[in-house]
Write a protein that binds this ligand. Structure first.
Ligand SMILES: [Zn+2]
Length: 112
């Protein structure tokens, strides 16, 4: 895989993760202002708000993970180990990297 197309794929992934993070952050702000400091315990809507907060917090964490993965992949690209599995040292495989540009392990090592 060419370095240029890898960079483009990582840029796209970063753009998407950044957009997700911004959207989730805005949603979180909405939830905060909707709560208005009300006591969740006695608010019939409270449990729903808590659930929504937890859901959005997961989205934020996921987007942050994606951004971190992009930075990690860029560092690996810089170090010349981008296409090398971080666990076994073997090739990750072009197909896998095309599908997941931030993958740092081969399919075998990525399995739980
Ligand atoms: Zn491996």
């Amino acid at each position: 895989m060419g370095r240029r197309s890898v960079m483009a794929a990582l840029d796209e992934e970063r753009r998407r993760a950044g957009a997700r993070l911004a959207a989730a952050g805005a949603e979180l702000d909405d939830l905060r202002s909707a709560g208005g400091g009300a006591d969740d315990e006695h608010d019939p809507e409270g449990s729903t708000v808590a659930f929504e907060r937890a859901r959005v917090a997961t989205l934020v964490a996921d987007a942050q993970d994606r951004l971190a993965a992009v930075e990690h992949a860029l560092a690996r690209l810089e170090a010349g180990t981008y296409e090398q599995c971080a666990a076994c040292g073997g090739p990750i495989g072009e197909e896998r990297l095309a599908a997941r540009p931030t993958a740092d392990r081969c399919v075998r090592c990525a399995r739980p």
